[in-house]
Design a protein. Sequence first.
Length: 337
Amino acid sequence: MPENQNPNPEAGLPIGKNRAGKISKYHIPHFVAPLDETPLQGVDAVKETGKPLSMWGEAWRSLRKRPLFIVSVILIVSVLVVAAFPSLFSSTDPTYCALENSNEGSRAGHPMGFNFQGCDVYARVIHGTRASLMVGVFTTLFVVILGGAIGALAGFYGGWLDIILARLGDIFFALPLILGAIIVMQLPAFRENRSVWTVIITLSIFGWPQVARITRGAVLEARNADFVKASRALGLSRFNSLVRHVIPNAMAPVIVVATVNLGIYIVAESTLSFLGLGLPPNVMSWGNDIAAAQNQLRNNPMMLMWPALFLSLTVLSFIMLGDAVRDALDPKTRKGN
């Protein structure tokens, strides 16, 4: 028998004992590191006295440590303050235009110069924030309510209701957002009564299918959870279980998509205004200012750059916020932190 072969098949049992309980001369020694030398002690430590955090509590604790979230929130809060109180940032009347100031550069009290009509560009950019942001916020709100309700009903009840709502969503999902909005805004009822609310309604008509699909998938995953079955066993109706338990636990992906889409709707409004199909010319918005500056791009490019810069920063801030919220609500990301 080779020397390196173990003649005792029972060698390797704990503490060097065989099945008969006798000490065996063939045993494998086990070495255990001291507890104070193992780094897992601090990693696996759990605060027994602290209250366990919910999914949103864990997400908030993660978001507070992310520079991307902090920067995006600062930018968004700044835009919201400008939209709510534009007079705090500009005392110039944005509707006052003097032709002698046409295409003039910046000077004291007018840091961004004047446009072709002699209007103060800075005042128009500041006061145009409200209309552009209003379209993005209210369109997102309507899309989340409409798409979330349709997706939740389709995913929770299933059957013929799911089939009908899914096919309805496919019809609207087949049309791109901008193309569908252009078609609707050409209708006489919308073309003759263009306003902020007509743009919001138009974008909401073609924006809800994406939210409905995401909500449906999240509800399908949450409806078979144990807490939903427990609520049904306790006598709660199906609709109450949907409202009180399923929807709150399926809102994480919807919030992420809504945050990112808010910036997309602001861009959509600017695109429609640029094409002359969005807000009327008497409403100050970034899209109208960009559209008015396209003819002066060679002579005065700064007139187009300023509203485009504000538009880009606002959209970028919402996209960064969406990315930060998505990473915080992703269980795989939280597990790695």
